[in-house]
Design a protein around this ligand. Structure first.
Ligand SMILES: [Zn+2]
Ligand SMILES: [Zn+2]
Length: 188
């Protein structure tokens, strides 16, 4: 098999992240030019031909081969990576993880499944419950449900309302363990 990528094609493919071994493996599979890559057609087929090409690199290679603008991740299924790019303000439904519209407000129902998109939390301060980040009755910042008892304990110990969520966030897990010990003693 003498057909090989032209020098420029080779440089481009290596710049996209392919290794020399992967290029050889492609040659062996009969892929030796940009036109051959067009015949391959998509990133999935490319990784089927040479299985150790990372999916992200396969996408880059095929975007180049078929002349697609690399910005559109059309060949990639939505995964955790796209979630990480979202700003913290974007709300995802706790039931179906559908992304909620920009004008979403706390308490709105999910556009995809119709359930309450955010968890309903209980206030450590006044025991009211509701969605969102803050208690609608007393304005306290909600603490995670798992730490509700710790919030209540700190309230009993006389910490101001605004301090408690901050305190909980700043505690190490050892310090929280100590607090849980106190919570258990109170329950007895
Ligand atoms: Zn939903
Ligand atoms: Zn409250």
């Amino acid at each position: 098999m003498d057909r090989q990528f032209a020098a420029l094609e080779k440089s481009i493919l290596m710049a996209k992240g392919l290794t020399a071994e992967q290029l050889e493996a492609l040659n062996a599979a009969g892929v030796a030019s940009r036109d051959d890559l067009k015949t391959v057609g998509d990133a999935e087929t490319l990784t089927e031909l040479v299985s150790d090409i990372a999916p992200a690199i396969a996408v880059k290679v095929m975007d180049w081969a078929v002349g697609r603008v690399a910005q559109q991740p059309v060949t990639q299924a939505p995964g955790p990576a796209s979630v990480l790019l979202d700003s913290a303000d974007i709300v995802h439904c706790v039931y179906c993880s559908a992304r909620q519209p920009k004008d979403y407000k706390s308490g709105d129902l999910c556009i995809a499944c119709g359930k309450q998109a955010e968890p309903v939390l209980t206030c450590f301060w006044c025991s009211a419950s509701g969605p969102g980040k803050f208690c609608r009755s007393c304005g306290a910042e909600f603490v995670p449900t798992a730490e509700l008892d710790l919030g209540i304990l700190l309230r009993h110990e006389g910490l101001p309302k605004e301090e408690i969520p901050k305190r909980l966030k700043s505690l190490s897990s050892e310090e929280k363990d100590l607090l849980w010990g106190r919570v258990r003693k109170l329950r007895r």
